[in-house]
Design a protein around this ligand. Structure first.
Ligand code: NAD
Length: 435
Protein backbone atom coordinates (compact mmCIF):
# COMPACT_ATOMS: atom_id res chain seq x y z
CA UNK A 1 0.00 0.00 0.00
CA UNK A 2 1.14 3.59 -0.57
CA UNK A 3 1.21 5.58 2.64
CA UNK A 4 2.05 9.17 3.55
CA UNK A 5 3.09 10.11 7.07
CA UNK A 6 2.71 13.79 7.91
CA UNK A 7 5.14 14.85 10.66
CA UNK A 8 8.48 13.06 10.94
CA UNK A 9 9.21 13.47 14.64
CA UNK A 10 9.47 10.91 17.44
CA UNK A 11 6.21 9.25 16.41
CA UNK A 12 6.07 9.84 12.65
CA UNK A 13 9.54 8.53 11.90
CA UNK A 14 8.93 5.32 13.84
CA UNK A 15 5.47 4.81 12.35
CA UNK A 16 6.66 5.45 8.79
CA UNK A 17 9.69 3.23 9.18
CA UNK A 18 7.70 0.45 10.87
CA UNK A 19 5.11 0.45 8.09
CA UNK A 20 7.85 0.41 5.43
CA UNK A 21 9.48 -2.51 7.25
CA UNK A 22 6.20 -4.37 6.69
CA UNK A 23 6.46 -3.90 2.95
CA UNK A 24 4.51 -0.70 2.38
CA UNK A 25 5.71 2.25 0.30
CA UNK A 26 5.93 5.13 2.70
CA UNK A 27 6.72 8.80 2.26
CA UNK A 28 7.47 10.64 5.50
CA UNK A 29 6.79 14.34 5.17
CA UNK A 30 7.91 17.16 7.41
CA UNK A 31 7.52 20.90 7.04
CA UNK A 32 10.91 21.31 8.68
CA UNK A 33 13.21 20.94 5.68
CA UNK A 34 16.27 20.52 7.95
CA UNK A 35 14.78 17.25 9.23
CA UNK A 36 14.18 16.01 5.70
CA UNK A 37 17.66 17.08 4.54
CA UNK A 38 19.26 15.18 7.42
CA UNK A 39 17.21 12.06 6.75
CA UNK A 40 18.05 12.18 3.08
CA UNK A 41 21.71 12.42 4.04
CA UNK A 42 21.29 9.25 6.10
CA UNK A 43 21.26 11.00 9.50
CA UNK A 44 18.51 10.55 12.04
CA UNK A 45 17.12 13.78 13.55
CA UNK A 46 16.36 11.94 16.81
CA UNK A 47 18.00 9.25 18.90
CA UNK A 48 15.88 6.14 19.20
CA UNK A 49 17.53 2.74 19.77
CA UNK A 50 17.23 0.37 16.80
CA UNK A 51 15.67 2.94 14.50
CA UNK A 52 18.66 3.89 12.35
CA UNK A 53 19.24 0.37 11.09
CA UNK A 54 15.59 0.08 10.03
CA UNK A 55 15.60 3.46 8.33
CA UNK A 56 18.74 2.64 6.37
CA UNK A 57 17.44 -0.75 5.25
CA UNK A 58 14.07 0.56 4.11
CA UNK A 59 15.58 3.52 2.30
CA UNK A 60 17.93 1.14 0.50
CA UNK A 61 14.97 -1.07 -0.43
CA UNK A 62 13.25 2.07 -1.77
CA UNK A 63 10.22 1.56 0.44
CA UNK A 64 10.91 4.59 2.62
CA UNK A 65 11.17 8.14 1.29
CA UNK A 66 11.48 11.56 2.87
CA UNK A 67 9.98 14.71 1.47
CA UNK A 68 9.01 18.28 2.27
CA UNK A 69 6.35 18.12 -0.40
CA UNK A 70 3.13 17.15 1.33
CA UNK A 71 1.03 17.56 -1.80
CA UNK A 72 3.11 15.07 -3.73
CA UNK A 73 3.04 12.48 -0.93
CA UNK A 74 -0.70 12.86 -0.36
CA UNK A 75 -1.34 12.79 -4.10
CA UNK A 76 0.05 9.27 -4.33
CA UNK A 77 -1.08 7.68 -1.05
CA UNK A 78 -4.31 5.98 -0.02
CA UNK A 79 -3.59 6.18 3.70
CA UNK A 80 -2.34 9.40 5.29
CA UNK A 81 -1.08 9.19 8.86
CA UNK A 82 -1.12 12.46 10.81
CA UNK A 83 1.72 12.50 13.38
CA UNK A 84 2.18 16.20 14.05
CA UNK A 85 2.66 17.79 17.44
CA UNK A 86 -0.16 18.64 19.85
CA UNK A 87 1.54 20.72 22.53
CA UNK A 88 -0.18 22.70 25.29
CA UNK A 89 -0.91 26.40 25.14
CA UNK A 90 0.83 28.32 27.95
CA UNK A 91 -2.44 28.11 29.97
CA UNK A 92 -2.43 24.30 29.67
CA UNK A 93 -5.16 24.03 27.02
CA UNK A 94 -4.33 21.52 24.30
CA UNK A 95 -3.26 23.10 21.02
CA UNK A 96 -4.52 21.17 18.00
CA UNK A 97 -3.67 23.88 15.48
CA UNK A 98 -0.91 21.78 13.85
CA UNK A 99 -3.36 18.93 13.34
CA UNK A 100 -5.98 21.18 11.76
CA UNK A 101 -3.37 22.92 9.62
CA UNK A 102 -2.16 19.51 8.43
CA UNK A 103 -5.79 18.55 7.68
CA UNK A 104 -6.15 21.68 5.52
CA UNK A 105 -2.99 20.89 3.61
CA UNK A 106 -4.08 17.29 3.10
CA UNK A 107 -7.49 18.44 1.83
CA UNK A 108 -5.89 20.74 -0.75
CA UNK A 109 -3.58 17.96 -1.89
CA UNK A 110 -6.14 15.16 -2.30
CA UNK A 111 -6.61 13.89 -5.83
CA UNK A 112 -9.20 11.22 -5.00
CA UNK A 113 -10.55 9.12 -2.12
CA UNK A 114 -8.25 9.09 0.94
CA UNK A 115 -8.21 7.65 4.46
CA UNK A 116 -6.81 10.09 7.03
CA UNK A 117 -5.49 8.30 10.10
CA UNK A 118 -4.95 10.58 13.07
CA UNK A 119 -2.17 9.39 15.38
CA UNK A 120 -1.63 12.71 17.13
CA UNK A 121 -3.03 12.79 20.66
CA UNK A 122 -6.05 15.09 20.42
CA UNK A 123 -8.93 16.03 22.73
CA UNK A 124 -12.25 14.32 22.19
CA UNK A 125 -14.07 15.80 19.23
CA UNK A 126 -10.97 16.74 17.24
CA UNK A 127 -11.53 14.00 14.67
CA UNK A 128 -14.91 15.49 13.90
CA UNK A 129 -13.20 18.87 13.52
CA UNK A 130 -10.68 17.31 11.12
CA UNK A 131 -13.56 15.85 9.13
CA UNK A 132 -15.35 19.22 8.94
CA UNK A 133 -12.13 20.99 7.98
CA UNK A 134 -11.31 18.60 5.16
CA UNK A 135 -14.90 18.43 3.90
CA UNK A 136 -15.00 22.18 3.35
CA UNK A 137 -11.86 22.14 1.24
CA UNK A 138 -12.09 19.15 -1.08
CA UNK A 139 -14.64 17.71 -3.48
CA UNK A 140 -13.17 14.22 -2.98
CA UNK A 141 -14.59 11.62 -0.63
CA UNK A 142 -12.58 10.54 2.39
CA UNK A 143 -12.74 8.87 5.80
CA UNK A 144 -11.08 9.86 9.06
CA UNK A 145 -9.87 7.28 11.55
CA UNK A 146 -8.45 7.69 15.06
CA UNK A 147 -5.50 5.44 15.77
CA UNK A 148 -3.81 6.59 18.99
CA UNK A 149 -0.16 5.72 19.37
CA UNK A 150 1.11 4.17 22.60
CA UNK A 151 4.83 3.86 21.85
CA UNK A 152 7.35 4.90 24.51
CA UNK A 153 10.43 6.87 23.55
CA UNK A 154 13.48 4.72 24.21
CA UNK A 155 11.58 1.58 23.23
CA UNK A 156 9.57 3.04 20.38
CA UNK A 157 10.56 0.62 17.64
CA UNK A 158 9.70 -2.42 19.69
CA UNK A 159 6.49 -0.86 20.97
CA UNK A 160 5.35 -0.03 17.45
CA UNK A 161 6.34 -3.36 15.94
CA UNK A 162 4.96 -5.42 18.83
CA UNK A 163 2.13 -3.37 20.32
CA UNK A 164 0.08 -4.49 23.33
CA UNK A 165 -2.95 -3.75 21.19
CA UNK A 166 -4.07 -1.56 18.33
CA UNK A 167 -6.89 0.88 18.99
CA UNK A 168 -8.86 2.16 16.04
CA UNK A 169 -11.79 4.52 16.22
CA UNK A 170 -13.75 4.31 13.00
CA UNK A 171 -17.34 4.41 11.82
CA UNK A 172 -17.02 2.68 8.45
CA UNK A 173 -16.73 -1.10 8.19
CA UNK A 174 -14.76 -1.09 4.92
CA UNK A 175 -12.18 1.29 6.34
CA UNK A 176 -11.97 -0.86 9.43
CA UNK A 177 -11.11 -3.87 7.25
CA UNK A 178 -8.27 -1.89 5.62
CA UNK A 179 -6.91 -0.91 9.04
CA UNK A 180 -7.18 -4.50 10.27
CA UNK A 181 -5.32 -5.74 7.23
CA UNK A 182 -2.63 -3.07 7.69
CA UNK A 183 -1.99 -4.00 11.32
CA UNK A 184 -2.40 -7.80 11.00
CA UNK A 185 1.38 -8.42 10.71
CA UNK A 186 1.93 -6.46 13.94
CA UNK A 187 -0.57 -8.58 15.87
CA UNK A 188 0.53 -12.07 14.89
CA UNK A 189 1.02 -13.11 18.51
CA UNK A 190 -2.69 -12.64 19.14
CA UNK A 191 -2.61 -9.15 20.63
CA UNK A 192 -6.03 -7.51 20.18
CA UNK A 193 -7.23 -5.13 17.49
CA UNK A 194 -9.74 -2.98 19.37
CA UNK A 195 -12.33 -1.09 17.42
CA UNK A 196 -14.50 1.61 18.89
CA UNK A 197 -16.23 4.87 18.07
CA UNK A 198 -14.11 7.94 17.32
CA UNK A 199 -14.60 9.65 20.67
CA UNK A 200 -13.79 6.55 22.73
CA UNK A 201 -10.60 6.02 20.75
CA UNK A 202 -9.57 9.64 21.30
CA UNK A 203 -10.25 9.33 25.01
CA UNK A 204 -8.45 5.98 25.38
CA UNK A 205 -5.08 7.65 24.85
CA UNK A 206 -5.76 10.18 27.61
CA UNK A 207 -7.07 7.43 29.89
CA UNK A 208 -3.87 5.40 29.51
CA UNK A 209 -1.57 8.36 30.11
CA UNK A 210 -3.66 9.54 33.07
CA UNK A 211 -3.45 6.12 34.70
CA UNK A 212 0.32 5.97 34.20
CA UNK A 213 0.86 9.51 35.48
CA UNK A 214 -1.33 8.85 38.52
CA UNK A 215 0.73 5.78 39.43
CA UNK A 216 3.96 7.74 39.19
CA UNK A 217 2.57 10.64 41.21
CA UNK A 218 1.14 8.35 43.88
CA UNK A 219 4.39 6.44 44.21
CA UNK A 220 6.27 9.71 44.65
CA UNK A 221 3.87 10.81 47.36
CA UNK A 222 4.31 7.44 49.09
CA UNK A 223 8.08 7.92 48.86
CA UNK A 224 7.77 11.26 50.61
CA UNK A 225 5.70 9.66 53.36
CA UNK A 226 8.41 6.99 53.69
CA UNK A 227 11.01 9.70 54.09
CA UNK A 228 8.97 11.55 56.70
CA UNK A 229 8.54 8.38 58.78
CA UNK A 230 12.03 6.93 58.33
CA UNK A 231 10.80 4.06 56.14
CA UNK A 232 12.54 2.91 52.95
CA UNK A 233 10.53 3.25 49.76
CA UNK A 234 12.61 0.56 48.04
CA UNK A 235 11.21 -2.03 50.42
CA UNK A 236 7.72 -0.57 50.24
CA UNK A 237 7.90 -0.58 46.44
CA UNK A 238 8.80 -4.26 46.41
CA UNK A 239 5.83 -5.01 48.60
CA UNK A 240 3.59 -3.02 46.27
CA UNK A 241 5.01 -4.29 42.97
CA UNK A 242 4.65 -7.96 43.89
CA UNK A 243 0.92 -7.57 44.44
CA UNK A 244 -0.69 -9.11 41.38
CA UNK A 245 -3.43 -6.47 41.46
CA UNK A 246 -0.82 -3.75 41.01
CA UNK A 247 2.32 -4.93 39.20
CA UNK A 248 5.85 -3.63 38.82
CA UNK A 249 5.68 -0.94 36.14
CA UNK A 250 5.69 2.78 36.89
CA UNK A 251 6.17 2.30 40.62
CA UNK A 252 9.72 3.66 40.84
CA UNK A 253 9.81 6.92 42.73
CA UNK A 254 11.90 9.70 41.24
CA UNK A 255 11.81 13.26 40.00
CA UNK A 256 8.28 13.10 38.68
CA UNK A 257 7.11 12.37 35.17
CA UNK A 258 8.26 14.57 32.31
CA UNK A 259 8.53 14.35 28.55
CA UNK A 260 6.31 15.73 25.87
CA UNK A 261 3.26 13.56 26.64
CA UNK A 262 2.29 12.76 30.23
CA UNK A 263 2.29 16.32 31.63
CA UNK A 264 0.29 17.78 28.75
CA UNK A 265 -2.06 14.82 28.39
CA UNK A 266 -3.02 14.79 32.08
CA UNK A 267 -3.70 18.52 31.91
CA UNK A 268 -5.75 18.08 28.76
CA UNK A 269 -7.78 15.28 30.34
CA UNK A 270 -8.49 17.51 33.35
CA UNK A 271 -9.59 20.31 31.05
CA UNK A 272 -11.90 18.00 29.12
CA UNK A 273 -13.48 16.89 32.39
CA UNK A 274 -13.82 20.44 33.68
CA UNK A 275 -15.46 21.58 30.49
CA UNK A 276 -18.23 19.04 30.99
CA UNK A 277 -18.53 19.65 34.72
CA UNK A 278 -17.36 16.17 35.70
CA UNK A 279 -14.69 15.23 38.26
CA UNK A 280 -11.22 16.48 37.44
CA UNK A 281 -9.84 16.71 40.99
CA UNK A 282 -7.70 13.55 40.78
CA UNK A 283 -6.16 14.65 37.49
CA UNK A 284 -5.37 18.11 38.85
CA UNK A 285 -3.90 16.52 41.97
CA UNK A 286 -1.64 14.34 39.81
CA UNK A 287 -0.26 17.41 38.06
CA UNK A 288 0.14 19.27 41.36
CA UNK A 289 1.90 16.33 43.03
CA UNK A 290 4.25 16.05 40.09
CA UNK A 291 5.12 19.74 40.24
CA UNK A 292 5.71 19.46 43.98
CA UNK A 293 8.03 16.51 43.49
CA UNK A 294 10.28 18.44 41.12
CA UNK A 295 10.26 21.57 43.26
CA UNK A 296 11.01 19.50 46.38
CA UNK A 297 14.16 18.10 44.79
CA UNK A 298 15.34 21.57 43.75
CA UNK A 299 14.57 23.01 47.18
CA UNK A 300 16.50 20.23 48.89
CA UNK A 301 19.60 20.94 46.76
CA UNK A 302 19.41 24.70 47.22
CA UNK A 303 18.75 24.44 50.96
CA UNK A 304 21.75 22.16 51.35
CA UNK A 305 24.17 24.73 49.92
CA UNK A 306 22.39 27.82 51.21
CA UNK A 307 23.97 31.13 50.23
CA UNK A 308 27.23 29.39 49.38
CA UNK A 309 25.55 27.98 46.25
CA UNK A 310 26.99 30.90 44.27
CA UNK A 311 30.47 29.43 44.88
CA UNK A 312 29.46 25.91 43.87
CA UNK A 313 29.70 23.83 40.74
CA UNK A 314 26.91 21.29 40.47
CA UNK A 315 27.20 18.34 38.11
CA UNK A 316 24.26 16.56 36.50
CA UNK A 317 24.35 13.02 35.22
CA UNK A 318 21.63 12.72 32.64
CA UNK A 319 19.37 15.43 31.27
CA UNK A 320 16.70 13.63 29.27
CA UNK A 321 13.35 12.88 30.92
CA UNK A 322 14.10 9.17 30.72
CA UNK A 323 16.89 6.94 29.47
CA UNK A 324 17.37 5.81 25.84
CA UNK A 325 16.07 9.02 24.28
CA UNK A 326 17.55 12.40 23.39
CA UNK A 327 14.24 14.14 24.10
CA UNK A 328 14.61 17.04 26.51
CA UNK A 329 11.03 18.24 26.21
CA UNK A 330 9.44 18.51 29.66
CA UNK A 331 12.51 17.05 31.33
CA UNK A 332 12.88 17.85 35.04
CA UNK A 333 16.55 18.53 34.21
CA UNK A 334 15.71 21.79 32.46
CA UNK A 335 13.85 23.14 35.45
CA UNK A 336 16.68 22.01 37.74
CA UNK A 337 19.38 23.60 35.57
CA UNK A 338 17.37 26.84 35.37
CA UNK A 339 16.98 26.94 39.15
CA UNK A 340 20.69 26.30 39.74
CA UNK A 341 21.70 29.00 37.27
CA UNK A 342 19.24 31.43 38.79
CA UNK A 343 20.69 30.73 42.23
CA UNK A 344 24.14 31.56 40.88
CA UNK A 345 25.67 28.07 40.75
CA UNK A 346 27.91 26.81 37.95
CA UNK A 347 26.47 23.78 36.17
CA UNK A 348 28.20 20.99 34.31
CA UNK A 349 26.16 18.29 32.60
CA UNK A 350 26.86 14.95 31.04
CA UNK A 351 24.21 13.07 29.09
CA UNK A 352 25.07 10.13 26.81
CA UNK A 353 23.06 11.49 23.86
CA UNK A 354 21.52 14.88 24.61
CA UNK A 355 24.78 16.89 24.78
CA UNK A 356 24.30 18.70 21.46
CA UNK A 357 20.70 19.58 22.30
CA UNK A 358 21.78 20.92 25.70
CA UNK A 359 24.46 23.07 24.10
CA UNK A 360 21.92 24.38 21.61
CA UNK A 361 19.58 25.29 24.48
CA UNK A 362 22.03 26.77 26.99
CA UNK A 363 25.09 27.81 24.96
CA UNK A 364 27.94 28.72 27.29
CA UNK A 365 25.68 29.19 30.32
CA UNK A 366 26.48 25.60 31.31
CA UNK A 367 29.35 23.28 30.60
CA UNK A 368 28.40 20.15 28.67
CA UNK A 369 30.94 17.34 28.83
CA UNK A 370 31.48 14.39 26.50
CA UNK A 371 32.41 12.02 29.29
CA UNK A 372 30.55 11.29 32.51
CA UNK A 373 33.52 11.71 34.86
CA UNK A 374 34.59 14.98 33.22
CA UNK A 375 31.40 16.56 34.56
CA UNK A 376 32.47 15.68 38.10
CA UNK A 377 35.81 17.48 38.02
CA UNK A 378 35.91 19.92 40.95
CA UNK A 379 32.14 19.57 41.38
CA UNK A 380 30.59 20.31 44.75
CA UNK A 381 27.73 17.92 44.20
CA UNK A 382 26.29 15.44 41.74
CA UNK A 383 22.61 15.30 40.81
CA UNK A 384 21.57 12.02 39.21
CA UNK A 385 18.75 12.95 36.90
CA UNK A 386 18.30 10.17 34.32
CA UNK A 387 18.52 6.42 34.85
CA UNK A 388 20.97 5.77 31.98
CA UNK A 389 22.51 2.31 32.43
CA UNK A 390 26.06 3.66 32.47
CA UNK A 391 25.30 5.43 35.77
CA UNK A 392 24.18 2.29 37.59
CA UNK A 393 27.57 1.06 38.84
CA UNK A 394 30.03 3.97 38.79
CA UNK A 395 33.60 3.95 40.00
CA UNK A 396 32.90 5.48 43.40
CA UNK A 397 36.56 6.01 44.26
CA UNK A 398 37.13 7.90 41.04
CA UNK A 399 34.09 10.04 41.77
CA UNK A 400 35.40 10.83 45.23
CA UNK A 401 38.80 11.82 43.86
CA UNK A 402 37.36 14.11 41.20
CA UNK A 403 34.74 15.90 43.26
CA UNK A 404 35.53 18.83 45.52
CA UNK A 405 32.64 18.04 47.88
CA UNK A 406 31.40 14.48 48.16
CA UNK A 407 27.66 15.03 47.89
CA UNK A 408 25.12 13.17 45.77
CA UNK A 409 21.45 13.92 45.26
CA UNK A 410 20.13 10.84 43.53
CA UNK A 411 16.84 11.56 41.80
CA UNK A 412 16.54 7.96 40.60
CA UNK A 413 17.58 5.89 43.62
CA UNK A 414 20.33 4.19 41.61
CA UNK A 415 22.75 3.61 44.47
CA UNK A 416 22.79 1.82 47.80
CA UNK A 417 22.99 4.39 50.58
CA UNK A 418 25.45 2.24 52.54
CA UNK A 419 27.86 1.96 49.60
CA UNK A 420 27.87 5.72 49.23
CA UNK A 421 28.24 6.33 52.96
CA UNK A 422 31.18 3.90 53.11
CA UNK A 423 32.84 5.85 50.31
CA UNK A 424 32.48 9.03 52.35
CA UNK A 425 29.62 10.61 50.41
CA UNK A 426 26.70 12.51 51.80
CA UNK A 427 23.92 10.82 49.91
CA UNK A 428 20.32 11.92 49.46
CA UNK A 429 17.78 9.92 47.49
CA UNK A 430 14.01 9.74 47.13
CA UNK A 431 11.99 8.15 49.91
CA UNK A 432 14.95 6.55 51.65
CA UNK A 433 16.84 7.63 54.73
CA UNK A 434 19.67 10.05 53.87
CA UNK A 435 23.22 9.13 54.84
P1 NAD B 1 7.39 15.90 17.24
O1 NAD B 1 7.35 17.32 17.63
O2 NAD B 1 8.60 15.09 17.53
O3 NAD B 1 7.09 15.74 15.69
C1 NAD B 1 6.09 16.45 15.03
C2 NAD B 1 6.63 16.81 13.66
O4 NAD B 1 5.55 17.25 12.84
C3 NAD B 1 7.66 17.95 13.67
O5 NAD B 1 8.87 17.49 13.08
C4 NAD B 1 7.01 19.05 12.84
O6 NAD B 1 7.94 19.77 12.07
C5 NAD B 1 6.06 18.24 11.97
N1 NAD B 1 4.90 18.98 11.44
C6 NAD B 1 4.04 19.77 12.07
N2 NAD B 1 3.10 20.24 11.23
C7 NAD B 1 3.38 19.72 10.01
C8 NAD B 1 2.79 19.81 8.73
N3 NAD B 1 1.68 20.56 8.54
N4 NAD B 1 3.35 19.15 7.69
C9 NAD B 1 4.46 18.42 7.88
N5 NAD B 1 5.06 18.28 9.08
C10 NAD B 1 4.54 18.92 10.13
O7 NAD B 1 6.10 15.22 17.95
P2 NAD B 1 5.97 13.72 18.46
O8 NAD B 1 6.65 13.57 19.76
O9 NAD B 1 6.32 12.80 17.33
O10 NAD B 1 4.40 13.64 18.74
C11 NAD B 1 3.44 13.66 17.70
C12 NAD B 1 2.08 13.34 18.28
O11 NAD B 1 2.08 12.00 18.82
C13 NAD B 1 1.66 14.23 19.44
O12 NAD B 1 0.28 14.42 19.39
C14 NAD B 1 2.02 13.43 20.68
O13 NAD B 1 1.23 13.77 21.77
C15 NAD B 1 1.72 12.03 20.20
N6 NAD B 1 2.49 10.96 20.85
C16 NAD B 1 3.82 11.17 21.14
C17 NAD B 1 4.56 10.13 21.71
C18 NAD B 1 6.00 10.35 22.06
O14 NAD B 1 6.55 9.53 22.83
N7 NAD B 1 6.67 11.36 21.56
C19 NAD B 1 3.95 8.90 21.98
C20 NAD B 1 2.62 8.72 21.63
C21 NAD B 1 1.89 9.77 21.07
Amino acid sequence: MKIAVVGTGYVGLVVGTGLAENGHFVTCVDRDSAIIDRLRAGQLPIYEPGLEELVVRNVEEERLHFSSNLAEAVGEALLIFVCVGTPSHPNGDPDVSEVLAAAEEIAHAMTGYRIIVNKSTCPVGTTELIRDTVKKLTPHSFDVVVNPEFLKEGAAVDDFMRPDRIVVGCDDVRVLEIMKELYAPFLRTGKPFLTMDLRSAELTKYAVNSMIAARVALMNELANICEAYGADVSSVREGVATDSRIGATYVFPGLGFGGSCLPKDVQAAARMAREKGVGYEILDAVTAANERQQKRFIRRVLDFYGEAVTQKTIALWGATFKARTDDLRGSPALRIIDALLEAGAKVSVYDPVAGPKLTALYGDKISVTDKSYDALERADGLLVITEWREFYRPDVERMATLMREKVIFDGRNLYRPKVMADAGFRYFSIGRPSV
